[in-house]
Design a protein around this ligand. Structure first.
Ligand SMILES: *Cc1c(COP(=O)(O)O)cnc(C)c1O
Length: 384
């Protein structure tokens, strides 16, 4: 089945209530417990933290979307990440991640798991030549974000997976930015995919959720056990909202990408803009890798304004359509300043090393009419 069909149809395919209400759409099953006939004969469902018909329908769809055997739905992206780390690591273990890793993930490793003697190293994953030299005997996981946030750097999933697997290291890919519509890391050799479904999967800036997809049976057993044992599971109502969002994932992603490319091309030509970071531009240093490992470039852009933070503030004060807010992936266009907003928890030196300057702006390009978006941006740029 093609992605456009999977997004519309597979969420409801588990729910075959043909004899009773014949619903076309999966109902929201709110019951926290389920009855059984005899003490040792439970039905398919026992208790909502373990299984729930609405959440299970979403999980079935999440698996299909990533070409995976298993999907697991979580209360947030960070609940999914916490569950992976709790399932796969023990005290003394080491994890490697990309240098401009999502701030919340870095905080989780350095400020929470660090208390349990787990150590993180952050390295540039755009080049793989020196990757092996960063391995320690205790390295268990390489954590990839591609494109990364906010610099839109790419990591070669296939190459990194090959190198990691030679050393029995697992590869986790955070696929939030491109979504399974544009990129399927498991097909490229990764072991586990995670998503903050709060972004594009939900797609309407109204539901917090996370997901894990994978193929390996024993890894699945471990992660599913911790999912149930620690309880960061997705609520039935929110599972329904995510399925509702996913139905338009294909059309939304096409629209996000079309607008992002047009806006990136406009910004690249504007005299007040220094640099534009978008993998869909021919000028992106890894444009060919983007084409090789994904079917699209997504809807996220970063760019450098000439002139520093004051100019950024001026521009933001003149924009009417771009909403000044953190987060991304909703139908509306959002704009933000990583140095003082999403990436403020990094030290100035860490920001500098990652390329996050005071002039850097990140845009989550929405699906409004592109002429309106460009007119708004052009008006702002020409005023400052
Ligand atoms: C938002 C985000 C997360 C965290 O997800 P939550 O749903 O906010 O917990 C992780 N990774 C990336 C790339 C994100 O954008």
């Amino acid at each position: 089945m093609k992605k456009e069909t999977i997004v519309v149809r597979t969420g409801d395919s588990l729910y075959q209530n043909k004899l009773y209400s014949r619903d076309v759409v999966t109902p929201i099953h709110l019951s926290s417990t389920n009855s059984r006939d005899e003490i040792d004969k439970p039905g398919m469902f026992e208790y909502v933290r373990c299984d729930n018909p609405t959440r299970n329908s979403l999980e079935h769809q999440l698996a299909k979307l990533e070409n995976a055997k298993y999907g697991i739905a979580f209360a947030s992206g960070l609940a999914a990440e916490t569950t992976i780390l709790l399932s796969l690591l023990k005290a003394g273990d080491h994890i490697i991640a990309c240098s401009d890793l999502y701030g919340g993930t870095k905080r989780l490793v350095d400020k929470v798991f660090n208390n349990f003697n787990i150590e993180g190293s952050y390295i540039n994953l755009t080049a793989t030549e020196n990757l092996e030299s960063s391995f320690k005997p205790t390295t268990r996981i390489i954590w990839i974000e591609t494109p990364s946030n906010p610099m839109m750097l790419l990591a070669d999933i296939q190459k990194i997976s090959q190198i990691a697997h030679k050393h029995n290291i697992l590869v986790v890919v955070d696929n939030t930015f491109l979504t399974p519509f544009f990129q399927n890391p498991l097909d490229l050799g990764a072991d586990i995919v995670i998503h903050s479904g709060t972004k594009y999967l939900g797609g309407h800036s109204d539901v917090l959720n996370g997901a894990i997809m994978l193929n390996d049976d024993s890894l699945y057993e471990k992660i599913r056990f911790v999912h149930t044992a620690t309880g960061g599971v997705l609520a039935p109502f929110d599972s329904y909202l995510v399925m509702r969002g996913i139905k338009t994932l294909a059309v939304r992603m096409e629209a996000h990408q079309k607008n992002a490319l047009a806006l990136a091309q406009f910004l690249e030509k504007h005299p007040k803009v220094d640099k534009v970071y978008y993998p869909g531009l021919a000028s992106h240093p890894q444009h060919s890798l983007a084409i090789k490992q994904a079917r699209g470039f997504g809807g996220m852009i970063s760019f450098e304004l000439k002139g520093g933070e004051k100019k950024v503030r001026d521009l933001f004060s003149h924009l009417k359509l771009f909403i000044l807010a953190e987060s991304l992936g909703g139908v509306e266009s959002l704009i933000e300043h990583p140095a003082t907003m999403t990436h403020v928890s990094m030290s100035k030196q860490e920001q500098q090393e990652a390329g996050i300057t005071d002039s850097l702006i990140r845009v989550s390009v929405g699906i409004e009419n592109i002429d309106d978006l460009i007119e708004d941006m052009e008006g702002g740029l020409n005023t400052i």
